[in-house]
Design a protein around this ligand. Structure first.
Ligand SMILES: [Zn+2]
Length: 411
């Protein structure tokens, strides 16, 4: 380890830093994003690779398990399917929260990497088979038919999947939220307890790799068809809910709706279109699981029992807000994929729908979760959301919202 600590908070005069022109039409003109700490003088962004996992990297280096100057060998890591470029990539306003060239780094900047610059991918694209009991049940019930290509008789589904780390273009992000860039920078600096001083000292650096989770995309069907106007697209836009998604906890509709969304995606792929699940790491409305569980207790212990009329209020009591997901950045991934129309939209959220249509992405048909898939304890959440404007064919009235429908804490 070198004896001195290199501060990155002020520019070094001798640095030959590659210029970043966000929204430029080619990777050469846009320039590589250098976040690596192995050559600090070449850094042209704020933050570090791998989101929150940067902290584990610090532990690995601190404990001696990882060489601090290790550089990834990117041999054979190129995308398993091609995505883009799409015209939206060359518009600095359309994509502000991911790097559209993030999966193409090893080829687009091959000469720079060979010359010693540490440029790393922020997107990786691979292939897999998935299998969920709900899909096997759909086959048994006759709702899905195995075709031997997308869906096997044993319930295996062939997918392409992409992992995306967030890359924030700060001027564009500020514009989306209608705030000053300086306000955004100051709050990012303060709310991370000064973790990234460059946010306030380096106004010349416009790109920030935030220490948060990103998103995973699951594609069903031929990814190459995306971006063509004739391609029909089905989509489920899903925010992480570990308790339901993984463990089948029944207080919400997350996993049932996700499974239903995948069913809709498989159908679309079998009809020659493309299905897409966007899975955002925004646990508990981006409030985190600790806050989420505190809210569950507050809901179930309140006088009068767990009921829809106080659903949002109980969240706001604990968190100060009802929701911190914000949908301002939602359109970016669709712009990245060249999607201008979604034919079947498996989401009831009026906020997600509004964000897409405001960005000029047409939503043809909205597909609510079928009633029979809603767990009993999740009625509270579903009624509250419907009353608050979620898309559905039925909106509960005030009398119904006052009826306790959730289980007690000890039941
Ligand atoms: Zn949930």
């Amino acid at each position: 380890m070198s004896a001195h600590i290199v501060l990155t908070s002020h520019p070094r005069r001798d640095a030959t830093v590659p210029e970043v022109r966000w929204g430029a039409p080619t990777p050469e003109e846009r320039g590589p994003l250098v976040a690596s700490l192995t050559n600090p003088a070449a850094r042209n962004v704020i933050g570090s690779h791998s989101g929150a996992y940067a902290v584990y990297r610090a532990l690995a280096v601190a404990s001696g398990a990882l060489q601090r100057d290790h550089r990834p060998d990117l041999t054979n890591t190129a995308p398993a399917e091609a995505i883009g470029p799409h015209p939206q990539w060359a518009d600095p306003d359309k994509i502000v929260s991911l790097d559209p060239w993030g999966h193409l780094v090893s080829t687009a900047f091959a000469d720079r990497i060979a010359a010693g610059l540490d440029v790393r991918p922020t997107i990786a694209i691979t292939k897999a088979h998935i299998n969920m009991p709900e899909l096997q049940a759909a086959v048994t019930a006759g709702r899905l038919q195995p075709d031997g290509a997308i869906l096997s008789p044993n319930g295996d589904v062939r997918v392409t999947k992409a992992a995306i780390d967030p890359v924030w273009y700060l001027p564009g992000l500020a514009k989306r939220f209608g705030i000053k860039e300086s306000t955004l920078r100051r709050n990012l600096f303060e709310q991370t307890a000064g973790m990234f001083p460059e946010l306030v000292t380096r106004n010349d650096l416009k790109v920030f790799l935030p220490p948060i989770g990103g998103m995973t995309l699951y594609f069903f069907g031929d990814v190459a068809k995306l971006g063509r106007p004739e391609t029909k697209v089905a989509c489920r836009l899903h925010d992480e809910c570990n308790g339901s998604d993984v463990f089948g906890s029944d207080i919400c509709t997350c996993r049932p709706y996700l499974a239903h969304g995948i069913e809709v995606c498989i159908e679309m792929a079998q009809q020659g279109g493309v299905g897409l699940v966007v899975y955002n790491r925004k646990e508990g409305r981006a409030l985190g699981e600790v806050t989420k569980f505190l809210v569950y207790n507050a809901r179930k212990r309140q006088t009068g029992g767990d009921r829809a009329e106080t659903y949002f209020e109980r969240t706001e009591c604990v968190a100060g807000v009802q929701d911190m997901r914000f949908q301002e950045l939602t359109p970016d991934v669709f712009h990245w994929l060249g999607i201008t129309r979604i034919d079947r939209w498996a989401s009831m959220s009026n906020m997600k729908h509004g964000a897409l249509t405001a960005a000029g992405i047409e939503v043809v048909e909205r597909v609510p979760i079928p009633d029979e898939l809603i767990p009993a304890d999740a009625r509270v959440e579903m009624d509250a959301k419907k009353a608050a404007g979620y898309f559905s064919h039925y909106t509960p009235d005030a009398n119904e919202l006052a009826v306790p429908k959730g289980r007690g804490l000890q039941e």
